[in-house]
Design a protein around this ligand. Structure first.
Ligand SMILES: [Ca+2]
Ligand SMILES: [Ca+2]
Length: 269
């Protein structure tokens, strides 16, 4: 994992892991990117700024989502978010934003990052086993395939209740220390480097680490607001906003810059 050490020396190479030399020890870490622009490895950016309709536009161009609902009184709605509008999920397991699979959304065993603002308004007592922000796992529900990935909150024994949970290829990573289920807005990043270091950031601060070399690949589509294949209750209750996917991991400087931009009501670019 990349660690900031005063006096460290870096090679600035866009999109490639930076090499940091610490007293002769080479540490591989995240790509070093310009802070003032969106990283070029961004492969999807759903601002969720829409005010009506069923399209969740991808600002990177290729991966628009479709708000797919059963049309009942409990459907997601566009509401004021952290940056412009966001999408409010009232907690109906059948509703989600569906993004079709694309080669750029398959990360294999390599680097990727998930970034967004969230506000969780649901129960915090484990009534919902793990409320999911997004999943890219094959359905149908209860099939529990060992492939793909998901980012959720965890109410499982042994983990910090209401902290982030990253699932890759059927394995859960729950090293986080901070609850994010307090009904307040939080900026979160879950990412893996090409060297298989997994990092979680909450509000610009490193919140947990793990290691994973498992493949995140699947040809299943991306679903925002639910885990499409779990046998547990995974419905999201609350707001999601400014969701971005990257085929790299983000340097801490970029993460903090995006967090601070969000506090000003600005996005990632
Ligand atoms: Ca937004
Ligand atoms: Ca509904």
């Amino acid at each position: 994992m990349s660690k900031r050490v005063h006096g460290s020396r870096r090679k600035r190479r866009r999109g490639i892991s930076a090499v940091i030399v610490l007293g002769g020890v080479v540490v591989l870490g995240c790509a070093v990117l310009a802070i003032t622009e969106a990283p070029q490895c961004m492969v999807g950016y759903w601002r969720l700024d829409e005010t009506l309709g069923a399209v969740a536009a991808d600002s990177t161009g290729g991966n628009n989502g479709v708000l797919t609902t059963d049309g009942d009184a409990q459907d997601p709605s566009w509401q004021p978010g952290r940056v412009g509008n966001g999408l409010y999920f009232p907690g109906d397991l059948v509703d989600s934003v569906v993004v079709q699979d694309a080669p750029g959304l398959r990360f294999g065993s390599g680097a990727f990052a998930i970034e967004l603002w969230l506000r969780y308004d649901g129960p915090t007592d484990g009534t919902i086993d793990y409320p999911c922000i997004l999943s890219k796992r094959p359905g149908p529900r209860r099939s529990n395939p060992v492939e793909g990935f998901a980012l959720c909150l965890s109410y499982w024994t042994g983990a910090t209740q209401g902290s982030l949970l990253l699932r890759i290829a059927g394995k859960n990573y729950v090293p986080c220390a901070t609850r994010v289920d307090d009904g307040e807005w939080h900026h979160v990043v879950a990412q893996r480097s090409s060297d298989h270091d997994v990092e979680f950031y909450v509000d610009g601060q490193l919140d947990g680490t793990a290691r994973s070399s498992l493949s995140a690949d699947t040809t299943a589509g991306l679903r925002i607001g639910v885990d499409s294949s779990s046998s547990f209750s995974t419905k999201w209750i609350g707001m999601l906003d400014e969701l971005a996917l990257y085929s790299c991991c983000l340097p801490v400087e970029v993460i903090r810059s995006h967090y601070e931009a969000g506090l000003r009501g600005e996005g990632y670019d």
